[in-house]
Design a protein around this ligand. Structure first.
Ligand SMILES: Nc1ncnc2c1ncn2[C@@H]1O[C@H](COP(=O)(O)OP(=O)(O)OP(=O)(O)O)[C@@H](O)[C@H]1O
Length: 261
């Protein structure tokens, strides 16, 4: 992993949150770049399914990159599973699915999973387990580049499940999927949460908020809400996440983000 910006610092207790960020600032694109995260403080409770929601460019991917330890941090701190983000010993405890394909198109599904499982030191039996979890058993012997977009994204997810990570970080996993596949994927996230996995899932589709235990709403690199959906609706007097987001935006003037400050 490149660009790791964390070092040292005390760990969290075993019973602490899965993720704790304090006053996190990230400038992307060099010194005169964009302030992608602007003083973000948050916690992700262990065992929760937390949605990171916000419009395009609000900082979702940057926040997830900071959690998995591949994002240089300008200031502040972020701890994951009791360790500074980016610590080498976290690699096997985290699963990360980016928006870009992370599997080999010219290999079959099962060969991808065997190879990637060996890389993370997962037991061989994990391959059939994760294939069943993402419902791809029937596609096991097909080359990945012959699969549909939805099937391919499930192969990436299966790869992230190898080794049974404690924390899954998924960057817009449902983008481009039809409503049935989106529902199936959120059902799977719910099952993973039930067996104790903590999930941090980004989306710009506000109605996916209904599937989350907690929501982090981002706008212009800032957290404008860190709450449950019922808490958010009660606080804003609205009836859905879209309306709640708009109500919060009206309350909070834009940060005027542009160049780094
Ligand atoms: N490599 C980069 N160099 C410079 N600026 C960047 C870079 N990547 C992202 N940014 C900027 O950082 C800000 C946050 O981007 P980020 O990708 O985290 O947002 P996002 O909410 O994930 O967006 P999307 O939903 O479109 O993926 C944006 O203003 C974006 O233009």
């Amino acid at each position: 992993m490149a660009e790791t910006g964390q070092r040292g610092g005390p760990g969290l207790t075993a019973s602490g949150p899965a993720v704790r960020a304090t006053d996190l600032r990230v400038v992307r694109g060099g010194r005169r770049g964009t302030l992608a995260l602007d003083g973000v403080s948050l916690t992700v409770p262990t065992g929760a399914l937390v949605g990171v929601l916000g419009p395009s460019g609000s900082g979702k991917s940057t926040l997830l990159r900071a959690v998995v330890g591949v994002q240089m941090i300008t200031s502040g701190s972020i701890e994951v599973l009791g360790r500074p983000a980016g610590s080498a010993d976290l690699r096997r405890r985290l699963g990360y699915v980016t928006q870009a394909p992370s599997v080999y198109g010219d290999l079959t599904v099962v060969r991808n999973l065997r190879y990637l499982g060996a890389v993370v030191g997962a037991p061989a039996s994990d391959v059939s387990r994760v294939l069943a979890e993402v419902d791809l058993v029937d596609c096991a012997d097909r080359r990945v580049d012959t699969l549909s977009g939805g099937q391919r994204s499930r192969v990436s997810l299966a790869a992230a499940l190898l080794g049974t990570p404690e924390l899954l970080v998924l960057d817009e996993p449902t983008v481009g999927l039809d409503p049935v596949l989106r529902r199936d994927l959120w059902d799977l996230f719910g099952r993973l949460r039930e067996r104790g996995t903590t999930l941090l899932v980004s989306s710009h589709v506000m109605d996916e908020a209904t599937r989350c235990d907690r929501l982090l709403l981002l706008r212009d690199g800032r957290v404008i809400a860190d709450d449950t959906l019922p808490g958010l609706l009660a606080r804003t007097g609205t009836s859905d996440a879209d309306a709640a987001f708009l109500a919060l935006v009206e309350d909070e003037p834009a940060a005027g983000r542009g160049g780094a400050r």
